[in-house]
Design a protein around this ligand. Sequence first.
Ligand code: BYC
Ligand code: FE
Ligand code: FE
Length: 472
Amino acid sequence: MAGIDYLERIPNNVDLASNRRLQRALEEWQPRFLEWWRDMGPEGFQARDVYLRTAISVDAKGWAQFGYVKMPEYRWGIFLAEPETGRTIPFGDHKGRPVWQEVPGEYRGTLRRLIVTQGDTEPASVEQQRHLGRTCPSLYDLRNIFQVNVEEGRHLWAMVYLLQAYFGRDGREEAEGLLQRRSGDRDKPRILSAFNERTPHWLSYLMFTFFTDRDGKYQLACLAESGFDPLSRTCRFMLTEEAHHLFIGETGVSRVVQCTCELMREHKTDDVRKYGAIDLATMQRYLNFHYSVSLDLFGSEVSTNAANFYTMSLKGRFEETKKDDDHQLKNATYRVAMLQGERIVEKDEPALPSLNERVRDDYIADCQRGVDRWNRIIREHGIDVELRLPHRAFHRAIGAFSEVRVSPDGRVLSQAEWDAGKSRWLPTDEDEAFIESLMKPVIEPGKFASWIAPPARGINGRPVDFDYVRPA
Ligand code: BYC
Ligand code: FE
Ligand code: FE
């Protein structure tokens, strides 16, 4: 079962061949996916050989194979983690019962909505990143962005499989909709806010893979707990791929920090812009932006949707099965930061509607660990500056704090104070112009742009100067 049949038109480990109706539906969707990929996937480079990993099994060890592939020929397919025998629903009203192999009728609409929302982010991110190949800082980074892009494409396949296999006609319509919405489009935008923002350059992209792909990790982990077993198994395998996206974000920003610190020390100045590098203050502004829009992706602090997803046993908490409580939370409370007049206070709220905040807390702690590692690099260069996560209420557009203006250190501000501080806290037009000016392609193997240090090692044991993307 773990083996994947690559002779199939759609590689899969779900025995697609035995379900002709589903196979036909997916084979009809496939050319439309490829059309979307040609129109909205990476611009240029489609005919290039790229050193990519492809999933070949779902075993934790040795699940991937590396080799040169032209992106449109990537073997997108349907891979679910192995079923866990005897798995029971870990939380909610149905806790303890056997997991569902079919959609529970009364939750059909809610479940479909969750799957569509998850699925929508995947092609959205590919659209957001589609122009970046032209300004890559190295072949190593170019290969990495394409790896992320093809895998986000596969994540779309994962959700489309669930829609087509389990939701009949409305599932097929949703599968079409996923190819029709467009990131940032005024008339048919992507569903969630962060996926309609621009990712205009590589600093933005690296921050995105650190902060926004990390929302992916947390949301997928919550869906991996689902009582609907096919969703759980799909998400478990997606998480395996996700780890590399987070690695790219964390090490990518580390390398920018490294490069900046080396120049700061060498030239004894904070102003490294004249050496073609990105000063730490500018990096902090991009961090503030991408972190705050990613916090919005967790939804409102107090949410009946979140409570329903949980009581319906559709979406759990991060590491649900490792938690030591009743997994129903009817009488439990959770500490939530809230707005009280002009002040931000913490209050105990009923746990169920606070579940978004709870995952957000897990996410924030994870982000902090990454920022600590960046700060270690700064300290090791003897530089007395720290990158900081802004307060959770800073620059929010969803939830209670969307009604107020809050400084990075958590003070509620007047509009005038916000206007006065904004250019110190968020990227300015001038920052954008400067970063854009650095975005010159570097495509000689082993060479790197002026603003980013080389990685410690290459991909899959290959050297850093390997030809990860071959010339046309
Ligand atoms: N933007 O009770 P509320 C990834 C809507 S990333 C726009 O506050 P709820 C990836 C909400 O939909 C992971 N709208 O929130 C990363 C609702 O609308 P309806 C993606 C928003 O529902 C990088 C209304 O506001 N996966 O994989 O508890 C690259 C009130 O909702 C936003 C998922 O998100 C927003 N930021 O929670 C590639 C998992 N926030 O229904 C990929 C599935 C809220 O009233 N989704 N709204 O029309 C969910 O679990 C939930 O939909 C959310 C929102 C956590 C997103
Ligand atoms: Fe994804
Ligand atoms: Fe990702």
